[in-house]
Design a protein around this ligand. Structure first.
Ligand SMILES: NC(=O)c1ccc[n+]([C@@H]2O[C@H](COP(=O)([O-])OP(=O)(O)OC[C@H]3O[C@@H](n4cnc5c(N)ncnc54)[C@H](O)[C@@H]3O)[C@@H](O)[C@H]2O)c1
Ligand SMILES: [Zn+2]
Length: 373
């Protein structure tokens, strides 16, 4: 299958579930062709949220209806709506819209839409195909790739879900023109994470391009998205179900998830990841895993995008430490961190795993220091 003209394709090899991530300007206009080739269906349900549907959804629906049967459903934007209630409301709308087993879902929006619509597709009539059309930077470089879908619960984030790989990911970088600057910066935090775990040159180039990226320069965004997608896809390709190497992607995230939870999600994900990367690099340095100076180099890069490097105020250390031990990624109570050795290089522990056990003392110490780094 050849990609549309102007599109750059990154292949994600997962056997029969393999697919391409197509990246380029103006790609939503080509979506009907992409769907016909890669996800043919009798009817399409575009799932979006209340912010993205009016900006990009209506136009996409108009184009798609020229070629196929389609309808658009949306839910109120915001992480707090990534719930089983919204999943239930969406599945009811698809049933009312007459979507059958020969139908397919298009997830048009940020990571919240992608995770919810993907979970709807994974469960609707026991699973129907779907395509990810990410419109936030974070969704383009991270959440739309790899097939993790799900919803949050009062017990924590992403605790109910399924692995369900899309048939294609179509990242139209022109949609980023309407994305608020805070969310551009939030996506960049994940891009810098990709550089930090796998590609020092990319890390440096991203930091150097901060001005152009924040101005949403098309060429700068294309470079950013392309390399990040390659890194994420390469990690997912060797570990689809997060049994080993995919844990590398959690650099900064053990701390980030705790900060998100303790802040009542006041911090958005990329901000929490930014603080988490600095805190985890700092702990890595003190444990002798991470090269000295790494935390401050990461902090400098984050600062050039206006991202935070500390919480600014002291934290409730007990609550934060509890949030880490309750995170589902920490098996059997042992707290494990995905450290880096230096920028561009994930650390591996002596047993060959991509995570290192951190004891209670160091965990508490980290949260005591996180307000000032
Ligand atoms: N499945 C995975 O592997 C994975 C990985 C990382 C993150 N995630 C999930 O992704 C979510 C975060 O994603 P996010 O940061 O994209 O949040 P989001 O989906 O809430 O999007 C952020 C905000 O931007 C708006 N928006 C999106 N695209 C826009 C556009 N082009 N123009 C204007 N507004 C736009 C949204 O409506 C929302 O208000 C979290 O729920 C997180 O758990 C999932
Ligand atoms: Zn993340």
């Amino acid at each position: 299958m050849s990609p549309p003209p102007h599109a750059h394709a990154v292949h994600l090899p997962l056997g029969p579930a393999s697919y391409d991530i197509l990246i380029g300007p103006g790609l939503l206009a080509e979506l009907p062709d992409v769907l016909a080739a890669r996800c043919p269906a009798a009817r399409y349900a575009i799932v979006s949220d209340s912010a993205v549907a009016p900006l990009h959804g209506e136009r996409l629906l108009g184009r798609l209806k020229e070629r196929a049967e389609a309808f658009l459903v949306s839910f109120p934007a915001g992480e707090w709506n990534k719930t089983r209630d919204t999943w239930s409301a969406l599945t009811d709308k698809l049933l009312a819209g007459g979507l059958g087993r020969d139908g397919a879902v298009i997830a048009l929006g940020g990571g919240v839409v992608g995770d919810l619509a993907g979970f709807v597709a994974a469960t609707y009539l026991r699973g129907i195909p779907y395509v990810q059309a990410p419109t936030s930077l974070l969704a383009m470089i991270d959440s739309s790739i790899g097939g993790k879908t799900g919803v949050d619960t009062p017990h924590g984030k992403n605790l109910v879900g399924a692995f369900h790989q899309p048939r294609a990911v179509v990242a139209d970088v022109d949609t980023l023109a309407t994305l608020p600057p805070l969310h551009i910066a939030s996506g960049v935090a994940e891009a810098l994470k990709h550089g930090a775990i796998a590609d020092a040159d990319y890390f440096a180039a991203t930091a150097a391009a901060s001005g152009a990226i924040m101005l949403r320069d098309r060429a700068a965004l294309l470079d950013l998205v392309r390399r990040s997608v390659e890194i994420k896809a390469a990690v997912v390709a060797v570990d689809e179900r997060e049994r080993g190497a995919r844990a590398r992607l959690n650099f900064g995230h053990t701390v980030a998830h705790a900060l998100e939870s303790v802040s009542g999600y006041e911090l958005i994900h990329g901000e929490a990841v930014a603080i988490g990367m600095v805190a985890e690099a700092d702990l890595g340095e003190r444990l002798g895993v991470t090269e000295p100076g790494t935390a401050s180099a990461i902090a400098d890069a984050l600062t050039s995008f206006g991202l935070p490097t500390n919480t600014g105020a002291a934290l409730d250390v007990n609550r934060a430490a509890d949030a880490v031990t309750h995170d589902k990624k920490n098996r059997r109570e042992a707290v494990r961190f995905a450290f880096i050795r230096q920028i561009g290089d994930s650390a591996r522990s002596s047993d060959g795993s991509w995570t290192v056990t951190v004891n209670e003392h160091h965990l508490r110490d980290l949260f005591r220091r996180v307000s000032t780094q």
